[in-house]
Design a protein around this ligand. Structure first.
Ligand code: ATP
Ligand code: MG
Length: 581
């Protein structure tokens, strides 16, 4: 496994120059961008074309499993030709480099081909969740000034048909499964692909050209359009090499929906850049199906999210035991805090711990990780990646961030600005972007602590922090203790106004199947929390729920729990997924 030797050499480096040095000195050539012959840089080229003429050319790049279990394989050469065709059809539709290409589809091969083809054409790729309703789709397409959208006939009919012509920038709708009704302005993808040039050369993009526009998950408010450039690929490669331990021999499965940033960075770009075989499952979560895929596809590296892990835990160990998961060698998780309980469950039931790592849409790639080669600390997010300078900061009296040098101080998690996959802006919100930076630091909006060994511990989002009787309480700590109880499947903790304490802690809990909520259990949970956390931090109230409100990327929306509890307006709920309370 790759040892993060950077620690001795790179402890304090973070600007791009140092990063370049880190890359050349410490990374093998297959984990560095190759660059275009012209001297430019293009993510699509790095993902696919770099493998042409190498032993990877004919290996399976993408293995797609359809909902009804059909398997279709694409080699790196196939992906190269198909993505060239896609790039060419964009040109045929009159879309020059820089145009905005949106996708609205589930995990279908066409989505992956389109993403790479868009990047190779020098256009900007934006994926949307296919489960979005018409309104969130429209608002994102308006903000992002979409020029083209790739979708299916059924999604088009249900979600776009009545209004897309009102969007001033939108020139075309590309339909994956044909345009039998000859809708004007709609094009059949298959016909266009057949007539396109499979040898079209990659556009000569430069490192700072815009490549991706991603919308954030909307956990804390209105989603923001986050801009990334081709330079980001440098960190996509480095982070997948160090934090996910990806090697060309790996069979890799990232379960993230293509509608959010993990689905692009680690569900398309990074694994392909490193030459792995990538598994794509069209279907939604189903515990038995997931175990079967891990077993039958001999998945070696698995990247998933806490919400899925908790659902597997909820299903129970008996099911796990029916499958042979011996090919698995590394498992990682992202998106939300991973409770220690879940890390240990991996160890006990699947034979290895989950490796939690932390990043954001804004950071473009993994910033902090439990490395494959280092001990996992359950409940911790891990250590910063090579070339990433992370710190805990608090403002001084002038508001200038000061680094907390003592261990286990709560403060804002900050990153020295200048890493390659750092976002270059919030679209149309320059002020908001500038507001994220102070004195050379990018301020993440998350609160955390750093221990003596340099591991970072998540406390909560700044917005979710609870202040009760002079104590600062992070919801994650309280939720993790509640999760220790065998009856609990999930927990979400908020602060509600209290005339005496300022705020008091309130917990919402879902239970494992076949367990019913009653007074005794409620008292037991309150008692457990008091014993483990002390009376000042423990929740005063516990409410049982069938479901917690979550974003489509699987994050518990604590702001919504709070708004509903207090009868306040719900705010932007365009990314809300489960809504049965
Ligand atoms: P919005 O910015 O619109 O409110 P969001 O912050 O949820 O949405 P993302 O960029 O998808 O949008 O998520 C990044 C956030 O997810 C982080 O800032 C952090 O709060 C949380 N997160 C991600 N990984 C972890 C992790 N390993 N541990 C704890 N929190 C995590
Ligand atoms: Mg955010």
């Amino acid at each position: 496994m790759v040892k993060p030797i950077y620690k001795q050499t790179l402890a304090n480096s973070a600007n791009l120059k140092d990063y370049q040095q880190a890359k050349t000195e410490l990374l093998p050539s297959h984990a560095q961008p190759k660059g275009l012959l012209s001297g430019g840089l293009n993510i699509g080229f790095e993902a696919v074309d770099r493998h042409l003429g190498t032993p990877n050319e004919d290996k399976v790049a993408l293995r797609w499993i359809s909902k009804d279990d059909q398997i279709v394989n694409f080699s790196y050469r196939d992906l190269s030709k198909q993505s060239n065709r896609f790039a060419d059809l964009l040109a045929q539709l009159g879309l020059p480099a820089g145009s905005r290409v949106f996708s609205l589809t589930g995990r279908r091969p066409e989505l992956y081909i389109a993403a790479i083809g868009t990047l190779k054409a020098g256009c900007v790729f934006t994926p949307l969740f296919s489960a979005f309703g018409p309104e969130p789709i429209r608002s994102r397409m308006e903000i992002g000034e979409a020029n083209l959208i790739l979708t299916t006939r059924s999604l088009y009919r249900r979600k776009l048909k009545t209004w897309w012509r009102e969007l001033p920038h939108l020139k075309a709708v590309l339909l994956i499964d044909g345009n039998p009704d000859n809708e004007p302005g709609c094009y059949d993808l298959t016909t266009m692909m057949t007539n396109a040039d499979q040898e079209r050369p990659c556009h000569h993009t430069q490192a700072e050209d815009m490549a991706l526009l991603h919308f954030t998950s909307g956990t804390t408010g209105k989603p923001k359009g986050v801009i990334h450039v081709h330079q980001a690929v440098q960190h996509h490669l480095l982070s997948a090499y160090y934090a996910l331990d990806l090697k060309p021999s790996d069979i890799y499965w990232c379960t993230a929906d293509p509608g959010w940033v993990t689905g692009t960075t680690y569900g398309i770009i990074a694994p392909l850049c490193l030459g792995v075989t990538m598994i794509i499952d069209e279907a939604e979560f189903d515990a038995e199906r997931w175990y079967r895929i891990l077993q039958d596809q001999h998945v070696t590296v698995w990247y998933t999210a806490p919400t899925a892990i908790r659902m597997l835990m909820k299903t129970g160990e008996e099911l796990t035991k029916q499958f042979d998961l011996s090919a698995l060698r590394f498992m990682a998780s992202v998106g939300e805090p991973l409770n220690p309980e879940a890390v240990e469950w991996g160890d006990k039931v699947l034979g290895m711990p989950f490796h939690d790592n932390w990043w954001q849409t804004e950071t473009g790639g993994i910033m902090i990780a439990n490395f494959p080669s280092e001990p996992v600390k359950p409940g911790s997010m891990g250590q910063p990646l090579p070339g990433i300078d992370a710190a805990i900061v608090n403002p001084d009296k002038d508001g200038v961030p000061q680094v907390e040098t003592a261990p286990m101080q709560v403060g804002e998690l900050a990153l020295k600005s200048g890493w390659p996959s750092m976002f270059r802006g919030y679209l149309h919100q320059q002020k908001k972007y500038q507001h994220c930076f102070a004195d050379g630091w990018y301020l993440s909006g998350d609160l955390a602590m750093r221990d003596e060994a340099g591991y970072f511990w998540f406390v909560g989002r700044k917005d979710d922090l609870i202040k009760s009787s002079g104590h600062l309480i992070g919801p994650f700590e309280v939720e993790s203790v509640l999760m220790e109880h065998p009856a609990v499947a999930e927990a979400g903790v908020i602060g509600v106004p209290d005339p005496v304490a300022g705020q008091r802690v309130m917990a919402f809990v879902t239970l494992k199947p076949d367990i019913s909520a009653d007074e005794t259990l409620q008292q037991e949970l309150l008692g457990l929390a008091r014993k483990r956390l002390g009376a000042a931090v423990a929740p005063k109230e516990i409410a049982f729920r069938h479901n917690l409100p979550k974003t489509r990327s699987g994050k518990i929306m604590r702001r919504l729990l709070k708004a509903r509890e207090l009868g306040l307006p719900e705010g932007d709920i365009s990314t809300l997924e489960s809504d049965e309370l």
